[in-house]
Design a protein around this ligand. Structure first.
Ligand SMILES: Cc1cc2nc3c(=O)[nH]c(=O)nc-3n(C[C@H](O)[C@H](O)[C@H](O)COP(=O)(O)OP(=O)(O)OC[C@H]3O[C@@H](n4cnc5c(N)ncnc54)[C@H](O)[C@@H]3O)c2cc1C
Length: 387
């Protein structure tokens, strides 16, 4: 296994970094605080082909892999623009569609995802089921040649920006016993689909919603894939890209915070002529955070490389570990940056405290640190399932 990026991937990294820096964290925060979206950045990233790097060329994408999309996620975050919807739309929805959608679904949706003109968000979490997806209560019932969906979803990101939401449901005949999920492409303006915005303590231009599905009728071709059997593999197909790209976003955020903090501590002088960064009580926590972020990056690269090589099971282990490591490293890096900046750390101007909510959420979503530890304990260490 080689970790070297191709010359094209190096160029992609440089180009995305340049785009991100042109917008920067100030833009991201301004949009968030105004209750607006990063529409301009998203549109430009789409035009330049960065949102579709992992989508097959025949559907308007770049034909690359998750390594490429992870580069996009990391570099935008490292420029202070951690865009959560990259994880939802290009990583989850585009992968699920590319791998398991019908030809007609791929043709209809992928070109818009690739150029950024369309977003598809993802709804699995439910109030009662929480981390236990086997308890999903959203039910799809056959209705003539279509389907009727009923249920509730929570914390669903970006519904206000998307044309469709990929809803994970169980079919009526599988309401008991093991989950046999089915995925449905539901237009966000479908009759019976309503939403209410959740107030979250995260400075973010992307919003989370409660979704109510009350007799939402969708046609037969809203079912993702050729048959109901596509549901489970489609659901699993989205997991590795989700974990790897959210980890990349965390690593990028960590880099961003450490860079801001290092610039500050190298020049800030409060004891004679020496910078505060010359004190090891300041520089060591920063150096420690930098080590953690770099270790997480290594794991992300491993997971992405395995995934792109088609080694899904190994990528699953590495992707979970990468997500865990990056979530912890990002939270540590931002918290440390706030601390070494002193009072400036809590201002909006210095642009690090604005990330506290986001990195804290990164230890909970899309899969919590505890559920990853459960996975590792069970699948790597061979322990009995505890729940
Ligand atoms: C900012 C944000 C964006 C989100 N976006 C989306 C989205 O777009 N689409 C979507 O579907 N969902 C989304 N989510 C939901 C997210 O995936 C869930 O919050 C997450 O999976 C945890 O589920 P829960 O909140 O129900 O926690 P719970 O399952 O209620 O868990 C609560 C706590 O208990 C712990 N816990 C639970 N079970 C166990 C166990 N067996 N062993 C040890 N610990 C356990 C958990 O780790 C957690 O710390 C988002 C959440 C956030 C915060």
């Amino acid at each position: 296994m080689t970790f070297d990026l191709t010359p094209e991937q190096d160029q992609l990294r440089d180009a995305v970094r340049a785009l991100g820096r042109r917008y920067g964290h100030g833009y991201f925060v301004e949009k968030a605080k105004a209750g607006e979206h990063t529409t301009e950045l998203w549109a430009e990233a789409g035009r330049l082909g960065y949102l579709g790097v992992n989508i097959p060329t025949e559907y308007g994408g770049g034909g690359g892999g998750i390594t490429d999309l992870a580069i996009v996620c990391e570099e935008l975050a490292a420029a202070g623009c951690p865009l959560l919807l990259l994880v939802v739309s290009p990583a989850i929805a585009a992968t699920v569609l590319s791998r398991h959608g019908t030809e007609e679904q791929r043709k209809r949706h992928l070109p818009g995802l690739a150029d950024g003109s369309q977003k598809i968000v993802f709804a699995i979490t439910e109030p009662e089921a929480g981390s236990n997806f086997h308890r999903l209560g959203t039910v799809a019932r056959r209705d003539g040649d279509g389907w009727l969906l009923n249920g509730r979803k929570c914390y669903i990101s970006g519904v206000d920006e998307a044309g469709h939401v990929l809803v994970v449901a169980r079919t009526e005949d599988s309401s008991t016993g093991k989950l046999k999920p089915a995925l449905f492409l539901v237009p966000t303006d479908a009759a019976g689909l309503t939403r209410s915005k959740l107030d979250m303590e995260i400075v973010s231009p992307e919003n989370q919603f409660l979704l109510y599905l009350d007799d939402v009728r969708v046609p037969a071709d809203a079912l993702l894939g050729e048959s109901l059997d596509a549901g489970l593999p489609a659901l699993f197909a989205g997991l590795n890209p989700e974990r790897i790209t959210v980890a990349a976003m965390g690593a990028g955020t960590g880099r961003y915070a450490i860079e801001r903090a290092s610039e500050y501590t190298a020049t800030r002088k409060v004891w004679g002529g020496r910078s505060i960064g010359s004190h090891q009580g300041v520089s060591h926590p920063l150096a420690h955070a930098a080590v953690q972020v770099e270790l997480a990056r290594l794991m992300i690269q491993k997971a992405a490389t395995l995934y792109d090589a088609g080694r899904d099971l190994e990528a699953g282990v590495a992707g979970n570990m990468a997500k865990y490591a990056a979530g912890e490293a990002a939270a540590l890096a931002v918290d440390t940056a706030v601390q070494v900046l002193g009072g400036a750390g809590m201002t909006t101007e210095y642009g690090v405290a604005t990330l506290l909510g986001a990195v804290r959420a990164g230890r909970i979503a899309p899969v919590s640190r505890e559920m990853i530890l459960n996975f590792v304990a069970q699948h790597v260490l061979g322990q009995d399932k505890s729940y």
